[in-house]
Structures are given as C-alpha cells and as structure tokens.
Ligand binder design. Structure first.
Ligand code: TV7
Ligand code: CA
Ligand code: ZN
Length: 406
C-alpha cells in the first residue's frame, strides 16, 4: 500500500528484542533505550517489516561473551543488580578490579568501572544483565546470518557498543558486541573492515584488534583539546597518528579521522567517501561492520556535529554499494526522535526503499514524539538548527585526507 517492497537481489534481516526497551540507566542518564521503541514504531509504521526477515533476539550465553571478555567480568555482569552490587564488590575475586581513584572521577567506582552512584557513565541498574546479554545476542544472531550466507545485510540497532573493554565497562558500554561479532566473522572471512560513524572514537574495537592485520578499524569522531574542566571530548583517544600498535603486524590497520566540532554535511561526506573509498580499495575487505551511532547528527544532546539524517544515511548507502556482507549496528544517539528517524531511514536504505517523508502519525503509537511544531513532522526534515559553530576548515580536511592516504 505504501509501495514498500522487498529488495531485489539481496536479503536483509532485522534482529531485535523489545525487552531492551524497558531499561533505565537512571533518571538523568543520556542513554535512553526508549529511542529503540521509537525506532521500532517508525519501522513498523512504514511497513518495513515486510521487506526483511525479522528475528526475535535471544540472550547471548556467557561462554559466547567470554570469547573476548574476562570470565570474572562476565560472571559479574551476569550476576550483578543494584541489590547485589555491594556484596559482590566485596568478594576477593572482584575486589582486585576496583580502579584506583583518579582526580577525574566524580563518582564512587566499583569493580570493572561499574557503579551504583547516580552520576556514573556505567551504572548498575535493574534488568541490566538481561539488557546486555540481549543486545549481544541480537548482534551474534545477525552475524550468524551473514556468515552462513542467509542474509546479505543484517541489522541490530540495539548493538554497536564500541567502548567496552576486555574487563571494563566504559562510556555506557558493558559488553563489546562488535568485537564479539568480528571475532566470529574471522572464522570465515579473511579480512573484516570496521567503520564507526558514532561521534565518539571507537576505542574498544580499535584496542581489541590493534595487533590484528585481518581487521581494519576506521573511526570518524569528534576530537579536540582539553576543555576548561580538564576533559577531552570522550574518550580522548583516536588522534590522526594512532594507526595500530607500533612494532606489531597490526600497525597501519587502524585509521582515525579526528574532527573539530560543527562539521557540516558537505565536509563530512567528503571525508567519509574519500577515506572510506580508499580504505576499501586498499584493504579489500571480505565483510564490513558499520557502527551507525546517531550522535553524529546535528541537534544531538551529546554530539557536536551538524550533519543531517540524509547525509548520515548516505554513509550507509555508500558502504552498501560495495555489496559485501554488511552488519549494521546502532550505538550512540541521545536525541531520541532523531535517532529513530535516522535508523528507520537507514533500515529503508538497506532494503532499497524510499520512504514518503510524511511520518504516518495516524498509525504509530506515540505520534507526539514526531509532531513537534518546532521540528516539523517529516522523516528527513528538518535540517537541524546549527547549535555548534563550524570549526572545520576545508584545508585541514584536505590535509587529513592526503595524510591518511599514505
Ligand atoms: C556509544 N558524556 C557512548 C558515549 C559515552 C560518553 C559522557 C556523559 C554523561 C553521563 C551521565 C549524565 C552526561 C550530560 C556525557 C569523563 C566523564 C564526564 C559523568 C557525569 N550526563 C557512545 C561518555 C562520556 C551519567 N563520559 O559512544 C549519569 O552528560 O565524558 C565522560 C567521562 C566522567 C563521568 N562523568 C562525565 O555514544 C554508545 N558522559 C547524567 C547522569
Ligand atoms: Ca566514531
Ligand atoms: Zn557516541
């Protein structure tokens, strides 16, 4: 009825479990799983479920998570709740993992950088284990679809948690589903390219593969000097010269594109197309994992870029044109209505559909989320108000493109 059709010549699968929506990181915490509810409403409202195979995700097993993470950390994640946190933290096997206090921490941290204090980046909240093992299960199921050739593109908007380390939570990320996915892929594909358009540096994925020439990591992110509070834009890594672990065979298999605030559509597309294009040409990946963090959009609560949904989507379309097995993952995104717009639009791109711009407000459960006067009620509209002055000079971007071409 909308003219929405299945793609010709390739298969798309969508992996999700609505139970992730009930989770709350805390009242003022910017990460709102509710953005996934809105995304689902748009995807269903537009009828995109008829264009792909949809799978209800099941929780990953502890053994699957231990393929990358420290078993003690995985045990802790599987058992912890706000009620058991302090008793677990006192156990010998976990006590050793309590980080030393730094001047920088404003909250009390427990083992593995987890905390029950209200201001923590990685809080322990009710239902946390369920949430973590579900988003991981969805990514692993999506990965399996690709590896077995049952899907050409597989999507998990609840995954893409790129900051988690082997035995430490970081930046709202607890289990690194991306690393687990790539490790699975390496059993089948000779080379995997990881691309990260979240506004933050994909440090956890880069670190995991810094000695590995079969995985190339490429992150585009906000990067800048220390501010007046002594912080860099999180996580503070990912400078131009960070290219993989020096002296190992992994050297030169990671690339970083550090970007000043306020970058616009034209500049971002220029950087993305030239650098990604060259990387694909040179590395010849057998499969691609694309982390589609939507905090790189203008108007994001945490991000500082000025790119619109159309340009964000063009990055996905550019990568899809390679026709390589493609895993699309979510990530950051802190202005929920825009996250949902972007990921719905990108689901349509994956299935070769062009959606009418008018959001079907009459059939989605929460139309008020998309019908604000100040923002319009279109899917791609509006161009976001420029809240960050553009600090990107074309000459600097050209310099970066040349430098990375080496
Ligand atoms: C992938 N920025 C994750 C991005 C992770 C960013 C940070 C917050 C933040 C946390 C809160 C909160 C916040 C308004 C924003 C150095 C600190 C400063 C905690 C207040 N409000 C992704 C992580 C980043 C938590 N962390 O890439 C509870 O902002 O900058 C920091 C570290 C120490 C901790 N404090 C912040 O997008 C998913 N945190 C409100 C309540
Ligand atoms: Ca990034
Ligand atoms: Zn982010």
């Amino acid at each position: 009825e909308h003219g929405i059709t299945r793609p010709k010549g390739h298969k798309v699968s969508f992996h999700y479990n609505s139970r992730v929506e009930d989770m709350h990181f805390g009242k003022t915490h910017p990460m709102k799983p509710w953005r996934l509810t809105l995304t689902k409403h748009l995807v269903l409202g537009y009828g995109l479920q008829y264009t792909m195979d949809t799978y209800e995700a099941v929780a990953a097993g502890k053994d699957q998570v231990c393929v990358f993470h420290d078993p003690d950390y995985v045990d802790f994640l599987a058992e912890v709740s706000p009620q058991t946190f302090s008793a677990l933290s006192a156990m010998d096997k976990y006590k050793a993992h309590i980080p030393d206090k730094t001047a920088y921490d404003t909250v009390e941290l427990g083992p593995f950088n987890l905390s029950t204090s209200p201001g923590a980046d990685c809080p322990v909240f009710d239902g946390m284990s369920t949430y973590l093992f579900l988003y991981t299960g969805a990514t692993l199921a999506a990965t399996n679809q690709l590896i077995t050739g049952q899907s050409d593109v597989a999507i998990n908007w609840s995954g893409g948690l790129h900051h988690a380390h082997k035995s430490e939570a970081s930046g709202f990320c607890y289990i690194n589903d991306i690393v687990l996915s790539i490790l699975d892929m390496l059993r089948v594909y000779p080379r995997v390219l990881y691309i990260d358009i979240d506004v933050h540096h994909g440090d956890g994925v880069e670190e995991a593969f810094q000695r590995q020439p079969r995985v190339m990591t490429l992150s585009f992110h906000r990067y800048g000097p220390y501010d007046e509070t002594g912080h860099r834009f999180f996580p503070g890594t990912g400078g131009l010269s960070s290219v993989g672990l020096e002296g190992t065979i992994g050297e030169h298999f990671s690339l970083n594109v550090p970007i000043p605030s306020g970058i616009d559509d034209r500049q971002y597309r220029l950087l993305f197309d030239s650098i990604t294009g060259r990387t694909i040409e040179a590395f010849k990946p057998s499969a691609i994992v694309l982390q589609c963090g939507a905090d790189s959009l203008g108007g994001d609560r945490l991000g500082q870029f000025n790119i619109n949904i159309k340009a964000h989507g063009e990055c996905i379309a550019f990568v899809k044109k390679t026709r390589l097995p493609l895993l699309l993952l979510g990530g950051g995104g802190y202005t929920a209505r825009n996250v949902a717009r972007a990921w719905c639009h990108e689901t349509a791109l994956a299935t070769d559909n062009k959606l009418p711009d008018k959001i079907p407000l009459d059939i989605i459960p929460r139309p008020e989320a998309f019908s604000r006067k100040s923002h319009g009620n279109g899917l791609l509209f509006p161009p976001f108000p420029r809240t960050h002055p553009n600090d990107c000079k074309d000459a600097d971007l050209e310099f970066m493109i040349k430098k990375l071409d080496g």
